[in-house]
Ligand binder design. Structure first.
Ligand code: NAD
Length: 258
């Protein structure tokens, strides 16, 4: 259902971002993978994904704490792939700091990656989406974004929810939607990039109702959560979700239901 679409997924060399990228690839989308770290290793990951899913995959090494690089990520992706139809703002950092102990530098760095880069990439990609009358913007923020304990991470992710709603309202009836996926606590196993349903290599099978660092709040414990978040992202990119706009979608194993 995503054949012919091009998706940029930030922070997609590991974890939830990689899970989302693989599900979009499984739907036929071409990909731009982004993340810091070892470029040859990341390029090898791109080649593996391209081979498994039979799609085009490019690597964008942008460091999203740098505003210019965040904007260039979209420009370079458009140059290399010809277009960007789907933007998933997944990259994030969450230093454990309180408002009293947060150092100014740490605060700025967190806001830069978690919030400013989201605004910049959205602003960079919107003109082409609006011109074609089709686009999907999916942001990722924890379902605990509006309940404190991590200062800058909290403030930035709550800001992402506000920005999402603002963009969605601006874009009504333009064929472009903007939503937030809000995971609960997600244990990150090695993500299965093979396209099969088999457990990831080196992955541990979970015990059901395992105790988590968030205590008993999250009722389920699910090894395949990045896959499931990816499936939700793929749904948001489908025509069936054309009217889903400006919403936060918790994927929290029953947390909010209590
Ligand atoms: P993760 O650390 O594996 O993913 C974060 C990604 O962001 C990594 O790929 C990292 O390389 C990338 N990143 C960090 N700084 C960057 C920078 N300056 N430039 C480019 N990329 C950068 O952790 P994750 O759990 O997969 O988190 C992904 C997203 O999901 C984050 O936004 C996080 O806030 C959110 N989230 C995670 C959980 C959880 O329990 N794991 C829960 C709720 C929300």
């Amino acid at each position: 259902i995503l054949k012919g679409r091009v998706a940029v997924v930030t922070g997609s060399t590991s974890g939830i971002g990689l899970g989302i990228a693989c599900k979009l690839a499984a739907g036929g989308a071409d990909l731009v993978i982004n993340g810091p770290g070892d470029v040859p290793a990341n390029e090898a990951l791109c080649r593996e994904i391209a081979k498994v899913y039979g799609i085009r995959v490019a690597f964008g090494a942008a460091d999203l704490s740098n505003a210019e690089e965040a904007i260039e990520l979209i420009g370079n992706a458009t140059d290399v792939m010809g277009r960007v139809d789907i933007l998933v703002n997944n990259a994030g950092i969450q230093p454990a700091d309180s408002a009293l102990t947060s150092a100014a530098q740490q605060w700025d760095a967190t806001i830069a990656v978690n919030l400013t880069a989201v605004w910049l990439t959205i602003r960079a990609v919107l003109p082409q989406m609006l011109e074609r009358g089709w686009g999907r913007i999916i942001n990722v923020a924890p379902m605990w974004a509006d309940a404190g304990n991590k200062s800058a991470a909290q403030a930035s992710k709550y800001g992402v929810i506000g920005l999402t709603k603002d963009v969605a309202v601006d874009l009504v009836a333009c064929g472009v939607t903007c939503n937030v996926i809000c995971p609960g606590w997600v244990p990150i196993p090695p993500v299965n990039t093979t396209g099969s349903d088999a457990a990831p290599r080196n992955g541990r099978r979970p015990k059901t109702r395992r105790r988590t660092p968030v205590g008993e709040l999250q009722l389920s414990y699910e090894l395949k959560a990045p896959d499931q978040l990816g499936s939700l992202a793929a749904f948001l990119c489908s025509d069936a979700a054309a009217q889903v706009n400006g919403v936060t979608l918790p994927v929290d194993g029953g947390w909010l239901g209590q």
